[in-house]
Design a protein around this ligand. Structure first.
Ligand SMILES: C[S@@+](CC[C@H](N)C(=O)[O-])C[C@H]1O[C@@H](n2cnc3c(N)ncnc32)[C@H](O)[C@@H]1O
Length: 175
């Protein structure tokens, strides 16, 4: 992800879903000194306890604007005066909302910019027939499959589905 950020000259970025701040630290270390990250999570506690001390030690705290909130209203607010202004987005929050995030990301990210959606292979369940997926995993598997299908048919992006980790759908806005 660090290399992709550099390839798109990522300077102004959004992260949806922070948790401890692991991917946030990577982003903060990969963007230039005057880069800015809008980082959104419903819960700031884990970030404060685990990630923030390390982010401070790394000297990149000033690049981060952490907003403790549900992500959708924040993205809608950002749309009021930031349309087409972000270079990069990383979406790693509630998977059931991925399409809602995508609709907003496609307005916030500039043409040529990139958005990465995490966990899009969902432990490999997306490749199994429904009956082979444990029952408690089926709803989310269906939701991720629908997201992957919809984005494959979406004409405003080029995508590449990287089978690293739990699957990362890399998406470049082309129009
Ligand atoms: C998988 S973790 C993020 C991990 C992080 N991106 C990393 O790689 O280090 C998902 C996070 O999304 C947050 N989250 C879940 N639903 C959310 C929502 N509707 N709005 C904002 N954050 C949400 C959770 O609180 C959790 O911290």
């Amino acid at each position: 992800m660090g290399m992709l950020l550099k390839l798109v000259n990522g300077k102004k970025t959004i992260e949806v879903g922070v948790f401890t701040g692991y991917s946030l630290l990577l982003t903060a270390l990969s963007i230039p000194d005057d880069g800015k990250i809008t980082a959104i999570d419903v819960d700031r506690k884990t970030y404060e306890m685990i990630g923030l001390p390390i982010i401070k030690k790394a000297g990149v705290e000033d690049k981060i604007n952490f907003i403790e909130s549900q992500a959708l209203p924040v993205l809608d607010q950002l749309l009021e005066d930031n349309e087409g202004s972000f270079d990069f987005g990383f979406v790693d929050a509630d998977k059931g909302n991925y399409w809602n995030y995508h609709e907003r990301m496609m307005k916030l990210i500039k043409v040529g910019g990139m958005v990465i959606y995490d966990n899009t292979l969902w432990g490999g369940y997306v490749a199994l027939p429904e009956e082979a997926v444990p029952e408690k995993k089926r709803a989310m598997t269906k939701s991720i499959l629908e997201f992957n299908d919809s984005i494959s048919a979406y004409s405003r992006v080029e995508i590449s589905h990287a089978s690293v980790g739990d699957g990362m759908l890399i998406c470049r806005r082309i129009r």
